[in-house]
Design a binder for this molecule. Structure first.
Ligand code: AMP
Length: 183
């Protein structure tokens, strides 16, 4: 294992905290606060996510990086800066002030709605979507549909943690998915 790979592995295995029964019984919440509070670990994770927006020569191949509210913002913004790309927030309903597109999707219990500004992208922009956790895939799929409504193109999806037992990856069949760790 290279130094970078072992640093990443160490950060992911020791600095993500499992919180049982949060926010509701039966859910094991993946709390990344300890990782974000550790400068070296945070930087290692941002560096690893940045690779998803680069070609094999390490040249950026996306124009925009999307972060999904709220923890996705924390990861996506430094990735956008590292790539020399713009940052676009996808937010929960009612938070964005301008004209928006909206996507409503099913959660385990109930529904959620995400929004993006209609003018957030240029036509044909290549987009990297970043979030903290991929669970069922509903959130990333809704974000992907919003990018498409704006006339932009999802190039790749990158997450810190993939919950493999929920098979979200299978719902993203059209997109390349990079997960730094799968549990
Ligand atoms: P899903 O739409 O089912 O893929 O859920 C992914 C979204 O919900 C992400 O934005 C995560 O922040 C959040 N999420 C889902 N499950 C968890 C979990 N076990 N721990 C932390 N966040 C989660």
């Amino acid at each position: 294992m290279s130094f970078e790979a072992s640093a990443l592995h160490g950060a992911l295995s020791t600095l993500i905290r499992d919180v049982p029964d949060f926010p509701e019984p039966g859910v094991v919440f993946k709390d990344i606060s300890p990782l974000l509070a550790d400068h070296e670990a945070f930087r290692t994770v941002v560096d690893a996510l940045t690779v998803s927006g680069q070609d094999e020569q390490g040249v950026a191949n996306v124009d925009k990086v999307v972060g999904i509210e709220a923890r996705g913002f924390i990861l996506a913004a430094p990735v956008a800066l590292a790539l020399g790309a713009g940052f676009v927030p996808i937010r929960k309903s009612g938070k964005l002030p301008g004209l928006t597109y909206r996507e409503t999707y099913s959660l385990e219990y109930g529904e959620a709605t995400l929004e993006v500004h209609q003018d957030a992208f240029r036509p044909g922009d290549r987009v990297l979507i970043v979030d903290d956790v991929l669970a069922t895939g509903g959130t990333v799929n809704a974000a992907s549909r919003l990018v498409g409504q704006c006339g932009a193109v999802v190039s790749a999806v990158a997450v810190l943690i993939e919950l493999g037992f929920l098979s979200g990856r299978e719902t993203l069949a059209d997109h390349s998915l990079d997960a730094l760790t799968t549990v």
